[in-house]
Design a protein around this ligand. Structure first.
Ligand SMILES: C[S@@+](CC[C@H](N)C(=O)[O-])C[C@H]1O[C@@H](n2cnc3c(N)ncnc32)[C@H](O)[C@@H]1O
Length: 425
């Protein structure tokens, strides 16, 4: 049956008035976050309590948190070390009384520092290129002090919780322009008046996140949650792997390669470097579509769109192909890790390149069909509250913009249970 016959617009998936920052979902912003209500509704429809969920591009861990609230074990993967840290802090249980002890100790330090004559004590400043381009001298000294203090916290889970608030603080107190995912500095004339209250911002985030965590711990079921470094594009399989395979995959893959769409690496870089995470500058390069494989795009639903792009711009066509080749390779690995009855739910946007729409939803259906899945439905929803760049410059001419996505597709496929399709290679 054609994909189009099973594709329906459904406004009940828009969640216009929904609170998207409940529980630990309040911890940290990130570009193109999935809203928790989507994962929640999908789990209600297709989840299996006590079973296993996989999110192979988990970002900040929205579906892992929802799986724990629903009662499924979960595994997430991402190539971005900053979001692995955030997803871990959001989804794994933490001892609240131990956290409160650590937070009040930290508060006392900060309080005494604020009232010292000579103010912030010296602390090692990380070796980050162009640091003074992105931060004022005073902010650098304050962040260095905070980073050093956090480093003294022995318990890894408590340290991670605090690093998440530190990470968002780094972004907010930097000269980065508000509302941008890429690293752009605010205009020169704004710099001298920009005097952020680093301690104030940091402690406010800690309080907010502590509250979200308490609500999460109250509702979270006794299940496992793990975050893995596996890159499924490279054929690596997520760990741990349940013996019978994952029961459900709920995920939102990137829309395209990071260099020309959403630059997850640029968004995370300053915070990742302050924290001292590895490969902070490599994320956009190693993300899907970043390294061109030698394979060519086989007959697929995006092929004719790619050929139209090629007539306008050969280089863009190669970039687009590289992304779909990687997406297909990743789906191949994921299919291997699925059970004979897995439901996959992919939230994808059909982006436009050079004025040509790329039917990513049809590509996903087709790729999973190759591994014994059948298409159940594609739900089309409006994007009222997802943090997405609504405009881009398809022509790469400064100042020229075009509206990108206002809708996204939730593609649902299910594996038909036969022993031959399970564990295919
Ligand atoms: C749309 S975001 C996911 C957002 C997530 N659902 C959330 O709510 O935070 C896509 C993610 O895919 C990740 N990514 C890109 N290439 C990847 C790859 N090869 N393997 C795993 N993750 C990848 C990016 O780092 C990014 O975090």
């Amino acid at each position: 049956m054609s994909v189009l016959n099973l594709k329906n617009k459904d406004e009940s998936w828009d969640f216009r008035e929904a609170d998207t920052k409940e529980y630990t979902h309040c911890f940290h912003t990130y570009p193109a976050m999935m809203i928790p209500q989507i994962a929640r509704k999908l789990l209600k429809a297709y989840g299996i309590q006590g079973g296993w969920l996989l999110d192979p591009y988990c970002g900040t861990g929205t579906s892992l948190v929802e799986a724990s609230l629903f009662g499924m074990h979960s595994v997430g993967c991402d190539i971005n070390p900053l979001v692995r840290l955030i997803a871990t802090a959001k989804s794994k249980p933490v001892c609240l009384s131990a956290l409160d002890g650590t937070l009040s100790e930290l508060n006392e330090y900060l309080f005494t520092i604020e009232f010292r004559e000579d103010n912030i004590p010296d602390a090692p400043i990380p070796n980050i290129p162009n640091l003074t381009y992105w931060f004022s001298e005073e902010v650098i000294r304050t962040l260095a002090y905070l980073r050093d203090r956090i480093g003294h916290i022995k318990d890894k889970a408590l340290q991670n919780f605090i690093l998440v608030a530190f990470s968002e603080t780094v972004r907010e107190v930097s000269y980065t322009r508000n509302g941008e995912f890429k690293l752009y500095r605010m205009p020169e004339k704004k710099l001298k008046d920009f005097k952020p209250d680093v301690f104030g911002i940091f402690t406010k985030k800690l309080r907010r996140n502590r509250q979200g965590l308490a609500c999460y711990l109250e509702k979270r079921k006794n299940v496992k949650a793990s975050v893995s470094t596996a890159n499924t594009v490279e054929g690596e399989l997520p760990q741990p792997r349940p013996p019978d395979g994952y029961d459900i995959v709920i995920t939102s893959p990137p829309y395209g390669d990071s260099q020309t769409t959403v630059a997850y690496g640029q968004f995370s870089r300053l915070a990742a470097e302050w924290i001292g995470l590895p490969n902070a500058r490599k994320v956009d390069k190693i993300a899907m579509g970043g390294i061109r494989s030698k394979e060519t795009l086989r007959g697929s639903p995006v092929l004719s769109a790619v050929e139209k792009i090629r007539l306008i711009d050969e280089k863009r066509a190669k970039e687009v192909s590289a992304f779909y080749i990687d997406l297909e390779r990743s789906i191949r690995s994921i299919a291997q890790a699925c059970s004979p009855h897995t439901t996959i739910c992919y939230v994808v946007g059909n982006r436009r390149v050079k004025g040509v729409v790329l039917p990513t939803d049809e590509f996903v259906v087709d790729a999973f069909r190759q591994h014994g899945f059948v298409h159940k439905t594609t739900i089309v929803r409006n994007i009222p509250n997802k943090r997405m760049p609504k405009k881009n410059s398809p022509s790469n001419i400064a100042g020229e913009t075009s509206t990108t996505m206002h809708e996204e597709n939730i593609v649902v496929c299910q594996r038909i249970s036969t022993s031959t399709t399970h564990g295919d290679s």
